[in-house]
Design a protein around this ligand. Structure first.
Ligand SMILES: *Cc1c(COP(=O)(O)O)cnc(C)c1O
Length: 451
């Protein structure tokens, strides 16, 4: 062996760092290569070798460190986290966690599938038929249904199809000033609608809009009436708004369609969220087109659901822009599995029994204080639906109260835990965390507290 190849002195421990090909030949590493591809695995190997060269780990630890690191590497850069915020539909954390059924459907749809193919005839089939059927079964009040990429796409597609270029002079969509919403990241629904050509005809005021305001706005330029559910704020005090039934009567008296954006997309009423509209109610009250997100309270993948009267859904589906917002096979598969499946995780989290949550949190507190010899407090902590709906509605619950510094440390764990801070403490809310994680969470918190 050539000494000149290595600048390292003979007794230098760095000589004992395992070679790349030896590490790549390990069984565990071979298996990781199947899952992640050679490049990502080589990156991990190089990283651990250089840590050893820098003296951060001993040469003897390299093998174990590579294997351990590979276990937590994923084929994409996303890091799965535990949501300890108590916010159920957390947009920054990917909104709805999928049900096991939806995950299974994603796997089934990952390869070649008959998404647009008729196996009986061997000819081209209609796309997404089974997803449409699942939506119609979940919402019998709808005559037709279409899934697109997300709620914003649904709104923009509907507006463009009904009032965009090609609609002649009928370019106006009538909307109350109380419903001009900015959703996350500075996006305004009114700007979204107008971006393809329709014009918003604002009526009423921020706090009060009356039927007469809508009546006055209608004319030969009107294409449609729009009602948007204020999903992330409430207007309280001296207020008044026009309900869907009244608006539908007005729209139909003028041969116009009523579009209703309900935001969150509940199929049936939710006793814990009495002010949250449902797709079914909106249609029963006379809306012609109702739209909602698939990944808020529906609990499925990111999707935009469009349900309603056949003639309007067909008109929307036929518009050229529909092709640009077409749902992919993964969305269609996961949505069908969610809509046709058991209660999704978001609704499970919403319905968590406060007493059961308290008992679970107390068990966590007991384990932590037993290991740290420090008392650990369980405090009342309201959960929230999140940006996805139920604005301002507290969902009674509990949280473990730990020192504030833990918020940062919990986020840097191998499996990061995202918790909130309030009044100088860090609150760990178990509402959105699978119970199977409790033991490892208790160990992690105890380890951080005794560090
Ligand atoms: C969330 C929301 C949207 C946007 O839906 P995405 O699925 O996030 O695109 C549109 N309208 C309302 C009322 C919403 O709450």
């Amino acid at each position: 062996m050539s000494r000149t190849a290595s600048p390292v002195a003979g007794d230098d421990p760095r000589r004992r760092i395992p070679r790349t090909d030896a590490l790549l030949a390990l069984d565990e590493v071979e298996r990781a290569k199947q899952r992640l591809g050679e490049e990502r695995v080589r990156d991990v190997v190089r990283d651990m070798q250089s840590r050893a060269r820098a003296g951060a780990i001993a040469p003897e630890e390299v093998e174990g460190a590579v294997i351990a690191a590979l276990e937590s590497v994923h084929a994409c850069a996303f890091t799965p986290v535990l949501n300890a915020t108590g916010v159920i539909v957390h947009t920054n954390l990917g909104r709805a966690p999928l049900s096991p059924q939806a995950i299974n459907a994603l796997e089934a749809a990952a390869g070649y599938v008959d998404v647009e193919f008729d196996l009986a005839t061997g000819l081209r089939g209609k796309r997404g038929v089974s997803t449409r059927e699942a939506l119609l079964k979940a919402c019998p009040a709808a005559q037709d249904a279409l899934a697109v990429n997300n709620g914003a796409a649904a709104l923009s597609l509907i507006a463009t199809a009904l009032a965009g270029p090609g609609s002649g002079k009928r370019r106006e969509i009538v909307l109350s000033r109380g419903e001009m919403i900015e959703i996350g990241a500075g996006f305004r629904l009114t700007e979204l609608i107008e971006s393809t050509g329709p014009v918003i005809h604002e009526v009423g005021t921020t706090n009060r809009t009356h039927l007469a305001d809508y009546e006055k706005a209608l004319g030969e330029n009107t294409a449609a009436l729009l009602k948007i559910h204020a999903s992330n704020y409430v207007i309280k005090g001296f207020t008044s708004a026009v309900g869907i039934a009244e608006l539908a009567d007005l729209a139909h008296a003028h041969d116009l369609p009523l579009i209703v954006d309900i935001g969150s997309g509940l199929f049936s009423p939710e006793p814990l969220l009495p002010d949250e509209p449902t797709l079914t109610e909106a249609l029963e009250q006379g809306a012609d087109l109702v739209l909602a997100s698939g990944d808020k309270l529906v609990g499925g993948p990111q999707a935009g659901l469009i349900l309603g009267k056949k003639e309007w859904v067909e008109r929307v589906a036929r518009h050229p822009l529909a092709r640009a917002m077409r749902a992919d096979k993964l969305l269609l598969a996961a949505l069908e599995a969610t809509v046709g499946g058991p209660t999704p995780p978001v609704l499970e989290a919403l319905h968590t029994d406060p007493d059961a949550l308290k008992a679970r949190t107390e068990r966590l507190a007991d384990v932590v204080s037993e290991r740290t010899n420090e008392p650990c407090e369980v405090v009342p902590h309201d959960g929230r639906v999140g940006g996805g709906g139920g604005a301002e509605v507290p969902i009674p619950g509990w949280a473990l109260s730990v020192p504030e510094r833990l918020a940062t440390e919990l986020r840097s764990l191998e499996q990061p835990v995202v918790a909130t801070t309030r009044d100088g403490v860090c609150l760990v809310d178990l509402r959105c965390i699978p119970e199977s994680e409790d033991d490892s969470l208790a160990s992690a918190i105890a380890a951080l507290l005794t560090r």
